[in-house]
Ligand binder design. Structure first.
Ligand code: G1P
Length: 287
């Protein structure tokens, strides 16, 4: 288990935490400063050396594929009007990646969404990126995890320490830190209502072997009545070494309103063209 080049992006959710904005527009297409949320995840995967990118969607998410497609008419119009800078930006996005589309026909949960990608993934290890979890980091979070995978050949999930009140919102792991950031997982539970086994929450980045698929097939409905990826991974934990990695970087839950606003501010402050002026504006706005 070593060649890692595939990444699955589950994008089939309804985006209910962002209603009414996401009634028609896929939440993955909401702009974070000047790029749709999903593009950050796609760039992270690409910058981590992954080039086979599979997007799991549901009805009404076609704009995701349009965004990464060529737009001949728009390109022609920009060229004719001499808008070279804009043309280069549009061109860069459409050349960035080729996406493989997989359709999840029923909203049965994250585990089911990943299982839907089985044929497209094939018999290879693969990464999963949840686009809502946007991670601002010097070294892409997936790339940090990839090092652990390459070192051990074992599955890896991204971890972040959360407060006790927040543990019921996440998959939580049990186990111990074996080095500064590497965690050996001995158990995991999805959204524990009480007695979380640790303060370490799973964040939406995973590197998994294809052995997860038969386990997902057998996984029954879990927390929230959904087929949970965490439940299938808990089974994988019982079968052999399983790692967590407490990534370096800041994570935003861009799938809900407050997290999205925080991400917008932080990314805008770092934007090469907008950052300086935006900082000045914010200084006045918050005083
Ligand atoms: C999903 C996973 C959960 C994980 C979380 C990270 O939950 O099921 O284990 O901790 O993503 O964002 P969701 O937020 O989709 O309910």
């Amino acid at each position: 288990m070593n060649s890692l080049r595939t990444c699955v992006f589950p994008c089939a959710g309804f985006g209910t935490r962002f209603f009414p904005a996401t009634k028609v527009i896929p939440k993955e297409m909401l702009p974070l400063v000047d790029k749709p949320i999903l593009q950050y995840g796609i760039e992270e995967a690409r910058d981590s050396g992954l080039d086979k990118l599979i997007v799991v969607t549901s009805k009404g998410k076609e704009t995701i594929f349009d965004h990464f497609d060529r737009t001949a008419e728009l390109e022609r119009s920009l060229r004719e009007r001499g808008k070279d800078e804009l043309l280069a930006e549009v061109d860069a996005v459409s050349r960035m990646v080729d996406l493989i589309a997989v359709r999840q026909k029923e909203a049965l949960g994250l585990g089911h969404a990943v299982l839907t990608a089985r044929d497209a993934v094939g018999n290879e290890p693969f990464a999963v990126v949840l686009p809502d979890d946007v991670i601002l980091a010097e070294v892409p979070a997936l790339s940090q995890m990839r090092s652990v995978f390459e070192d051990t050949g074992r599955p890896v999930v991204a971890l972040m320490e959360v407060s006790e009140e927040e543990t019921s919102r996440y998959g939580i792991v049990a186990g111990e830190l074996v080095s500064e950031r590497r965690f050996r997982v001995t158990e995991m539970v999805e959204k524990p209502k009480e007695n979380p086994p640790s303060p370490y929450a799973i964040i939406g980045r995973y590197i998994l072997p294809p052995d997860i698929f038969p386990l997902l097939e057998k996984t029954q409905q879990g927390a929230g009545g959904e087929i949970q990826l965490t439940d299938a991974m808990a089974e994988l934990v019982r079968q052999g070494d399983f790692y967590g990695y407490v990534f370096e970087g800041t994570r935003y839950d861009a799938g809900e309103k407050l997290g999205y606003l925080k991400a917008t501010v932080d990314y805008a402050l770092r934007h090469p063209k907008l950052g300086r002026e935006f900082r000045e504006y914010l200084k006045d706005a918050v005083l």
